[in-house]
Ligand binder design. Sequence first.
Ligand code: MN
Ligand code: MN
Length: 466
Amino acid sequence: MNEEKSKATMLKEQLMMKERKGAGDYKAEVLKEADAFCEDYKKFLDNSRTEREAVKYTVELAKKNGFEEFVPDKEYKAGDRIYVVNREKALGLAVIGKNGTKNGVKLAIAHIDSPRIDLKPNPLYEDNGLALFKTHYYGGIKKYQWTTVPLSLHGRVVKLNGEKVDICLGENDDEPCFLITDLLPHLDKEMATKTVSKAFTGEELNILVGSMPFDDSDDKNLVSLNVMKILNEKYGIVEGDFLSAELCFTPCYKTRDIGFDRGLIGGYGHDDRCCAYPSVKAIFDTEIPECTSITYLTDKEETGSDGNTGMQSDFLRYFIYDLAKIDGEEGYRVLSKSKCLSADVNAAFDPTYASAYEPKNASFINEGVVISKYTGHGGKYDTSDASAEFMGEIRSMLEKNEVKWQIGELGKVDIGGGGTIAKYVANMNVDVVDLGVPVLCMHAPFEVIAKSDIYMAYKAFFALFN
Ligand code: MN
Ligand code: MN
């Protein structure tokens, strides 16, 4: 047999893109590192069902990693570690660089909100002996996926006297959980004739919260009264307090390994906490970078980044201006020299629904971090399309640091679309591109990622800072 490579094979190796090999590209020790990395990620995910919980959990971690709350106008030196919190829902973590902000800052920005079921301001009602909550879903969901899923209650209530009450109920096995009901197949003939978007409506996403009456009197609405009594005993709240609350339901099942080989992780809220966690870990592991480096965790991405805790708010800009001021720099000049990885997920190719993807430009599980040059929809509307120059810079950074990466478009042209925070960062005159983890079943109550891909995301953010 001829052992020598043919001319065509040699030329192919020289000129053409490599074939996909999935996790087969990795050395065993890298996969082992990825495994270990994911153990802490699972804890993070289980403790971060909402943006408030993610901020609280991450601040605790940050303190243990030597971060102190930022004090404006204080002098900071290279290697100092600081954090800023915006309204308990967004968080900045910075390590001061040798050159401070003089040559711009390095940014990794992920979002910590995920699709979920919010309560309406006045949620409680009773119907035929059952107590229910009215809801208003948050973010892009396929409504049918959220019925008959065990849910837990999260959030904050502010009482009339100003007292804040935090609620987290349904996460522990000895606590009750909740659900949205669905019709049995025996009786859904009428429902089955409708399209999915019409068969499940927002107003039908009601949460079952009780069934036991307060007593056996002839009074009306004794089940909902009993629910309120229990809430009052446990949290000291009355029905009117729902009006000044942010409460939501999220899936309550724990993050689990998926598959016989345990290469994947299933959990609620990978989008976008599977990018938030590696960017947090990367800043923790950064000692003295050249440029001041910042991991920023933002809120409200799933609803368009509006509001004062979303990426369209000036909070991060003001923080960077504060850092610039310490160095005697102009904030806007610092921004225009800054570079950012918008750390967000993309849709991993799903062989069962192959027709939604264009395989030459789709991202695949176990092929590493995915760079989305642009997102948006239609003829590249509503997106920041990263320049050839910045793509070139990031590409060579990843190759140099042995970070496995791939390119990914969000599905076929014109089939749908989506957005990230990248365009709001670009509007600040910062160079930015999306880089994150490919996700299966994105926005479902249980999403799936690969351990190797989240580990590569960590390596990418670490490379950016260092
Ligand atoms: Mn996202
Ligand atoms: Mn999303």
